[in-house]
Design a binder for this molecule. Structure first.
Ligand code: AKG
Length: 246
């Protein structure tokens, strides 16, 4: 087993500094700029979220980029797919490529949650990768993981009211949660990977000038079966919750 796998299995997350080199990060930014101009205006409302839907500069999330653009599909199918396969020790299926931003000053906190609660998988064998495209720290809302939380099962979640992160752990914040929380500082091109049961959250962006852009990659193990009834019930609840916000 590699060192990366050992860390991932022990902590429920692992950091891969320099996953993309400087040139690859620059190319990713170029492609992202193109995507924002050419593709975003064509996307359905439930694939693009804004902090303020009347202000395009507050774009906070784009869903399913790999389905809308061949460059991002090829990127998703390359190095992230290979790493997901290694970390889950199984064949994997790429499910979502997302853009995450916390725009300066207005980017809201990401509520504490476990991605597996959204995925509805049995067994919950899946992971999310999060690749920084800006320098990310406490000021602009770095991701924070609770070390080892993937070993303690699924926590109850409730509705948060946060667009893009509709479900959160309502009783989060005990000493056990906070003592093991790790702020994940990252530079452009650094990648974090977390297990579907790992609790994570992020503060809002309190900087007035620095964005906090990232790409997220979701992969399911082929051993994980989707509970389609639970998933449909969740999608219906989500559609009701998003009314008027998107
Ligand atoms: O970008 C963030 O603040 C959090 C992203 C996240 O929760 C995820 O990728 O699962």
């Amino acid at each position: 087993m590699t060192e990366l796998n050992e860390h991932f299995e022990r902590d429920g997350f692992v950091a891969v500094p320099g996953f993309l080199d400087e040139d690859a990060v620059a190319e990713c930014h170029r492609q992202l700029d193109r995507f924002m101009v050419e593709i975003v205006p064509l996307l359905p409302a439930d694939h693009v979220f804004f902090e303020n839907k009347n202000d395009p500069s507050t774009l906070k999330q784009v869903q399913r980029m790999h389905e809308h653009d061949p460059w991002f599909r090829d990127f998703f199918d390359g190095a992230p797919h290979r790493l997901a396969k290694q970390l889950l020790s199984s064949e994997v299926v790429g499910r979502n490529l997302q853009f995450f931003n916390k725009p300066p000053g207005v980017g809201q906190p990401t509520p504490p949650h476990q991605d597996g609660f959204y995925f509805k998988l049995d067994p919950p064998e899946a992971l999310t990768m999060w690749m920084a495209l800006d320098d990310v720290d406490e000021e602009n809302g770095c991701v924070r993981y609770v070390r080892g939380s993937h070993l303690r099962g699924m926590r109850p979640h409730g509705l948060t009211g946060t667009l893009g992160f509709s479900q959160g752990i309502m009783d989060f914040g005990s000493d056990a949660d906070t003592a093991d929380e790790v702020p994940m500082l990252a530079a452009p091109g650094d990648l974090l990977a977390h297990h579907a049961l790992t609790i994570h959250r992020a503060d809002g962006n309190t900087s007035s000038t620095r964005s906090r852009r990232a790409l997220g990659f979701i992969f399911y193990s082929v051993n994980a079966k989707e509970d389609t009834i639970a998933r449909e019930a969740y999608q219906k609840q989500l559609a009701t919750q998003q009314e008027g916000k998107i």
